[in-house]
Design a protein around this ligand. Structure first.
Ligand code: FAS
Ligand code: PHB
Length: 392
């Protein structure tokens, strides 16, 4: 079956869904091709913190209602080290900016509901999606569904298919340049229906390794502990997780941890990765398809949102005024913000985790960095403005 649409989107994650919703509201029709089932996409537990820019885009997409009624506005974030808790007053240091705690699963839910409401098509369980002829004026996508082959002709293709997607693999490899750093540890994450240990997030640097106390609501907590790369999630009982977490927190905070049965437990590897450029003719890379950050800085989902901002504005200008300036400038504009978030995420990860090869000197340098951070307004302001998100 052959069909034509203005923008073909590969991937029904936050990037693809948000782009699709914004384009729909500008009268620009899209089709999303998603490899997995809708339930599978919704079952992935990932990010939890939204920058104000991402919140603004959800509002612009008409998907902010539940976010504002159920999301938690956080005006501060905490660093724990040397047995003490230190609060970074995000709102005061940035002149009023805050972050919103609202799970990626909920963002995905809201965007999927909005797309269904307007009847914009998403083809789930679309197999063998492949972009074609994007170096010309008439790109198209092919895919298989229920054993039949399909073709989707489009003006543009948005590769919102994540790190393992087909878009970046389809880019001309002689033009594509990639930059990568793999970290020598992972994050073991646990989700449980227990109240959070603290009303704001806590990032902990301890001699036993990093820990993060986060949440999804005042009844549902999300915790992470740094683990070895070859750790298996099956080797971690809930009890072992709770014990190790409390060992990595200051005593007063550890006593506030409410334990309970995990409803999800998984290990994520950590990497920094950027692909350049993010545009190949009429194919654009957007979100994790173009870059990955270690989750320490809570930037992954938020970078997907800022890419969508730049790509939406570029495509809307093309269809509104026939201008190609935004399209021509998309890659440079998106990458300028991506690299600043890559730097912040790398810096925060380097400061907060145990690195096997760093030894005692490395630990002392981290302690000096943390000491400086909580003792200098300038240093704390730098962390704060990066954490709430640099302007688009
Ligand atoms: P996504 O990967 O979310 O979506 C891509 C979609 O494309 C998927 O649905 C996939 O099935 C589909 N797809 C892939 N290949 C395809 C193909 N060939 N054909 C069709 N469809 C295809 N970020 C944070 O800010 N904080 C966190 O704590 C955090 N934790 C994370 C934990 C894990 C395990 C992972 C993997 C990521 C985490 N992230 C976190 C980052 C994450 O939130 C991403 O930044 C975010 O999902 C990016 O959204 P998308 O770019 O839409 O990519
Ligand atoms: C989360 O709640 O999943 C979360 C929050 C902040 C991070 C990473 C993950 O930096």
């Amino acid at each position: 079956m052959s069909k034509r649409v203005k923008v073909g989107i590969i991937g029904s994650g936050p990037a693809g869904l948000l782009l699709g919703q914004l384009l729909h509201r500008a009268g620009i029709e899209t089709v999303i091709l998603e490899r997995r089932s809708q339930d599978y996409v919704l079952g992935r537990i990932r990010a939890g913190v939204l920058e104000q820019g991402a919140v603004g885009l959800m509002d612009k997409a008409g998907c902010g209602t539940r976010l504002h009624s159920e999301g938690l506005v956080h005006a501060g974030v905490n660093l724990a080290f040397d047995g003490e808790l230190h609060r970074i007053d995000l709102e005061e240091l940035t002149g009023g900016d805050t972050v919103m705690v609202y799970g990626q699963t909920e963002v995905t839910h809201d965007l999927m509901d909005a797309r269904a409401e307007v009847g914009a098509p998403t083809i789930y369980e679309a197999d063998k999606v492949q972009p074609h002829d994007f170096d010309g004026q008439s790109p198209y996508l092919t895919y298989e569904k229920d054993g039949r082959s399909h073709r989707l002709d489009c003006d543009f293709i948005a590769g919102c298919d994540g790190y393992h997607g087909i878009s970046r693999q389809s880019a001309p490899q002689n033009i594509l340049k990639t930059y990568e750093r793999i970290y020598p540890f992972g994050w073991l994450g646990l989700l449980a229906d227990v109240p959070p240990a603290n009303h704001e997030l806590v990032y902990a640097n301890s001699a036993r390794g990093f820990a993060l106390c986060s949440m999804r609501s005042l009844e549902r907590s999300r915790y992470y502990i740094q683990c070895d790369l070859n750790d298996a999630v099956e080797a971690w009982s809930d009890e072992a997780f709770w014990d190790e977490l409390r060992h990595r927190l200051p005593d007063r905070l550890a006593q506030c941890v409410t334990t309970g049965p995990s409803i999800e437990k998984s290990i994520a590897p950590l990497r920094s990765f950027v692909a350049e450029p993010l545009r190949f003719g009429r194919l654009f890379l957007c979100g994790d398809a173009g870059h990955i950050v270690p989750p320490t800085g809570a930037k992954g989902l938020n970078l997907a949102a800022s890419d969508v901002h730049y790509l939406y504005e570029a495509l809307a200008a093309y269809y509104r005024d026939g201008s190609e300036a935004g399209i021509d400038g998309y890659s440079a504009a998106a990458l300028a913000r991506v690299w600043k978030a890559e730097r912040f995420s790398w810096w925060f990860t380097t400061m907060m985790h145990r690195f096997p090869d760093d030894g005692p000197f490395g630990q002392k340098i981290q302690e000096a960095e943390l000491d400086y951070l909580v003792g200098s307004r300038a240093a704390a302001t730098s962390l704060a403005e990066n954490y709430v998100g640099l302007p688009y």
